[in-house]
Design a protein around this ligand. Structure first.
Ligand code: ADP
Length: 459
């Protein structure tokens, strides 16, 4: 313990800054890495030191350049590496290299990255832990005939998924036999090009469902706690846009059952660090496991707001060998972890909702953000003069608001969004306001196709 004196964040943007903040509060020295395109990016200035990585590589490949990252770590007395989300967060090679080089990987054990990085393996773990799963093929499908056989048995619609998929990509819905062959071939080739692995499997498509996920923390002594659930049903093309915590449209008994199931799975695998167990929930309150994300998630902020627990600091301290309930980490026993009030996170992006959410690029000429009581901002390059490039994802600032009630958190979100003035670049702020003022959002009843099936959001 106390082995971690310096942390390198192998990431960029808001999540790199988020981790630096956690470190600075813990008195830990911070090291940023940046691609040449990110030469002027804010994250490099928010760390104590910053080093260029991935010379000669493409903007994205630079952040995937494990050799270059390890090199910076070794040269600069780094003790531990935090991968953030995306890029190398679920990459076994980074975790392996860290172990070989005597560096601490701030995340779960290699075996967890292995079992949860692959959706089929994750399903199998969920089955052995006794969790309810969506009817699906036993393993990967090797031919169209296998997909047909599944559809004959379970009926359409079905969803073809890449085992290595993530970020809402690598999924294809098939509503009838006529589109099956094309969907099969496309899913396979997309999986190969996007994830370097063409393994696919099939699940029954569950309609009118909500996406509910449970935040978990586990330590090296085998303690596992949940920090309640988030409702991430407001999605566009399977990608989350607005999240709330806790969920509000379900009975307390369902909430308890979902949290219990998540804990059961993570105890079963002896999980370490922060992770999220994701479920789909039907209107009649049946829930089904979909996957585990073995990393910090974009929407962790709202769980922090309702529990008061700093999840990133917990990750760092757990990686340093402290137990959850130690004085240093300070997480209470499960029965004493309270859930206070309601929180909402909106992902403000530099995208144009009127043009199919096309990412916009260019210089931000005016930037004034919202603020005040109960408003939390986690931003990357969000300031006047910042140049938004096409190289990386279009997340500009995460706006999280807290209120005693869901309604007051909404009022606060609308007020905060309304205070923003961003010029020079298009954003989705007006669209987000349309979402959070919608009656379905107020009642907490949005399902995963809410955005795609609600045209009035686009006016
Ligand atoms: P990713 O790893 O890309 O985030 P997930 O497996 O978490 O993929 O699924 C993302 C979203 O896709 C879910 O929140 C849900 O909206 C939709 N989805 C996934 N599987 C199914 C399914 N079997 N039926 C209906 N929707 C699904």
């Amino acid at each position: 313990m106390n082995k971690i004196g310096t942390v390198l964040v192998a990431n960029r943007g808001e999540i790199a800054i988020r981790v630096f903040r956690a470190c600075h509060e813990l008195g830990i020295r911070t090291v940023a890495v940046y691609s040449k395109e990110d030469n002027l990016s804010l994250h490099r200035y928010k760390a104590d030191e910053a080093y260029l990585i991935g010379e000669g590589k493409s903007p994205v490949e630079a952040y995937l350049d494990i050799d270059s990252i390890i090199n910076v770590a070794k040269k600069n007395n780094v003790d531990a590496i935090h991968p953030g989300y995306g890029f190398l967060a679920e990459n076994m090679d980074l975790a392996k290299r860290c172990a070989e080089e005597g560096l601490i990987f701030i995340g779960p054990r290699l075996e967890h990255l292995n079992m949860f990085g692959d959706k089929i393996k994750a399903r199998n773990q969920a089955i052995t832990a006794g969790l309810p799963i969506i009817p699906g093929t036993d393993g990967p499908v090797q031919s169209i005939d296998e997909v047909k056989a599944f559809a004959m048995k379970h009926g359409f619609p079905i969803i073809i998924k890449a085992s290595a998929g993530g970020g809402g990509r690598g999924m294809r819905i098939v509503r009838g036999p006529e589109s099956l062959s094309e969907a099969y071939h496309r899913a396979k080739s997309e999986a190969k090009t996007s994830f370097g692995n063409d393994e696919i499997y099939v699940e029954k498509l569950l309609e009118n469902t909500k996406h509910i996920e449970v935040q978990i923390l586990g330590d090296a002594e085998g303690n596992i706690v949940h920090l309640y659930e988030r409702d991430c049903s407001v999605q566009r093309r399977h990608q989350k846009m607005v999240e709330i915590a806790p969920s509000i449209a379900f009975s307390d008994s369902l909430r308890q059952a979902v949290c219990d199931a998540a804990v059961k799975l993570m105890k079963h695998v002896n999980y370490l660090s922060a992770g999220t167990v994701e479920f789909l929930v039907t209107p009649d309150e049946k829930f089904y496991f979909i996957e585990v994300n073995p990393r910090i998630q974009v929407e962790h902020t709202i769980t922090e707001m309702i529990t008061g627990i700093d999840i990133v600091q917990a990750q760092i301290l757990i990686a340093d060998g402290y137990s959850l309930h130690s004085e240093e980490v300070g997480i209470p026993k499960q029965e004493n972890i309270s859930c206070h009030g309601h929180a909402i996170q909106c992902r403000v992006t530099t995208e144009d909702p009127a043009n199919n959410f096309m990412p916009d690029t260019g210089k931000i000429t005016v930037y004034r953000s919202g603020g005040g009581f109960g408003v939390r901002l986690d931003a990357g390059n969000a300031y006047a003069g910042s140049v938004i490039t096409p190289h990386y994802d279009s997340l500009l600032v995460k706006v999280s608001t807290w209120g005693l009630t869901h309604k007051s958190a909404i009022n606060r979100m609308r007020r905060a969004l309304g205070e923003f003035r961003i010029r020079g670049i298009k954003t989705n702020i007006a669209f987000l306001d349309n979402v959070v003022k919608h009656e379905k959002f107020l009642s907490g009843t949005c399902d995963t196709i809410f955005i795609d099936s609600t045209p009035e959001l686009f006016v």
